[in-house]
Design a protein around this ligand. Structure first.
Ligand SMILES: Cc1cc2nc3c(=O)[nH]c(=O)nc-3n(C[C@H](O)[C@H](O)[C@H](O)COP(=O)(O)OP(=O)(O)OC[C@H]3O[C@@H](n4cnc5c(N)ncnc54)[C@H](O)[C@@H]3O)c2cc1C
Length: 418
């Protein structure tokens, strides 16, 4: 006799979790019950939060509406703990009620947040849309504001460029504990790319302070490790992304950042029924090396997770998740940008795109992610990508061809096919 449907529970409705919910709906809607929990009632484009801080409007999409059309149950609640041994999750809904939700398969897609180190806790961040809007409100309220951004990673750079373009009267300082150098290593930029970013910062009047580690902030002054200080009207911490602390608290194996360590099929060590994807997972593939926290990795990882779930439901061996880096995007306001083409291991190639062409490509990529989540039209590709990245693009495309449809599912494990 057939058992009841397997319960797939997804924690977190960001790029990874929401994409996975859609994929699960396509593959299992008639053979499994699918539930997504998120603390928020809506999804908003996180990769454009610097634009929100600059006063641009971003649409919000209600989870209840998106998910009901997919036949996925939505629970708006704050997950408080995960009990992998009991196959249960505890979550608190907005009315204060605590509920236990049991699962057969759990997918952790709880993302990351900037966590301020001691001494810097008073700084604003781009952690959510509400904080981005506070940044905008403060900027509007002060004439010639002195803005200090701490952390010149990709989001710090994009934020500095966006604010400098929107508020030319603001004095913007971008401080970083390191120094951007040409680096023939994963995550690095080519010499030409760095020169372009530095020239853009100079043109926009950004004071880029390298080798300046902020150690304390208070009374509108930041103190750096070398003893120097910088006064500000508005200070935003743009570095220090950390995964959800719930993962290590659950007793799952984690890396030094607290990201869930996963097998090649994205399942957590020792728990084949628990998968982890997106920023909260420490994923490394043979074809790419370790994945950076990024939307670019979160969406394909959702695809990898659905492949594993298909295999689990069929009682088969799950395929190895494969990933290839292709390029990295940096927006420089709305009309300029930098695309650094990279090897499959994220090592910079000599080829870069700059100017309007890069801005259009970055906008195209953002629109592609929204389309991927079923929330927008598939955009037209504005420019033909360079020939030498085609192998990487084709390899990524293959990932999307592998899973089978629910009609092909076997039933010997007792799950009904509907
Ligand atoms: C300004 C900015 C620009 C960026 N630009 C780029 C870019 O150009 N390209 C790129 O690849 N990446 C970019 N990123 C990084 C990218 O946004 C993240 O890597 C991506 O959002 C990760 O997706 P995710 O689904 O893992 O997590 P998230 O998008 O963080 O989603 C996690 C979800 O989990 C929910 N959640 C968390 N904890 C709980 C809980 N306890 N209970 C219930 N729900 C919970 C959250 O509400 C959220 O909806 C940018 C980030 C920022 C901040």
């Amino acid at each position: 006799m057939a058992r009841s449907q397997p319960r797939i529970l997804i924690l977190g409705g960001g790029y990874a979790g929401l994409h996975l919910a859609r994929l699960c709906a396509t593959h299992f809607s008639r053979i499994a019950s699918i539930t997504l929990i998120d603390a928020s009632d809506h999804w908003c484009e996180r990769i454009r939060f610097h634009q929100l801080a600059a006063g641009q409007e971003l649409p919000r999409y209600a989870y209840a509406q998106i998910l009901s059309s997919l036949n996925v149950e939505f629970v708006q609640a704050q997950v408080e703990s995960i009990q992998p041994k009991e196959r249960s999750v505890t979550a608190r809904s907005s009315n204060g009620n605590l509920q236990a939700i049991d699962y057969d398969y759990l997918v952790l897609a709880l993302g990351s947040r900037i966590v301020a180190p001691p001494g810097l806790q008073s700084m604003l961040t781009l952690n959510d849309a509400a904080q981005a809007e506070i940044i905008h409100d403060r900027l509007k309220a002060i004439s010639k504001p002195k803005v200090l951004l701490v952390g010149a990673g990709l989001s710090g750079l994009e934020c500095a460029f966006e604010l400098a373009e929107t508020y030319p009267e603001a004095r913007i300082t971008l401080a970083d504990s390191g120094r951007l150098r040409p680096m023939n290593q994963p995550g690095g930029f080519s010499r030409e790319a760095i020169q372009y970013l530095q020239a853009a910062a100079e043109r926009l009047g950004i004071d880029w302070r390298s080798d300046s580690r902020a150690i304390a902030s208070g009374n509108e002054v930041v103190t750096f490790a070398d003893g120097t200080t910088e006064a500000f009207d508005l200070c935003v911490l743009t570095a220090g992304f950390r995964p959800s602390p719930l993962i290590s608290a659950a007793g799952l194996e984690v890396d030094e950042r607290g990201c869930a360590l996963v097998e090649t099929d994205l399942s957590c060590k020792g728990y084949p029924e628990v998968l982890a994807i997106g920023d909260c997972a420490a994923i490394s593939t043979a074809s790419s090396g370790p994945l950076r926290m990024s939307c670019a990795a979160a969406l394909p990882a959702a695809m990898g997770a659905v492949n594993t779930l298909v295999a689990r439901l069929n009682g088969e061996l799950a395929p190895e998740f494969a990933f290839h880096y292709v390029f990295r995007n940096v927006s420089i306001g709305r009309h300029d940008g930098l695309i650094q083409f990279v090897s499959s291991h994220d090592i910079p190639m000599s080829e870069i795109w700059t100017g309007r062409k890069a801005a259009e490509w970055k906008d195209f990529i953002c629109k592609c992610t929204v389309a991927e989540l079923g929330l927008g039209e598939e955009p037209l590709m504005p420019h033909e990508p360079p020939q030498n990245i085609f192998p990487g693009l084709l390899a990524m495309q293959k990932l999307y061809e592998t899973p089978r449809r629910s009609g092909e599912m076997r039933t010997e494990h007792g799950f009904t096919t509907g």
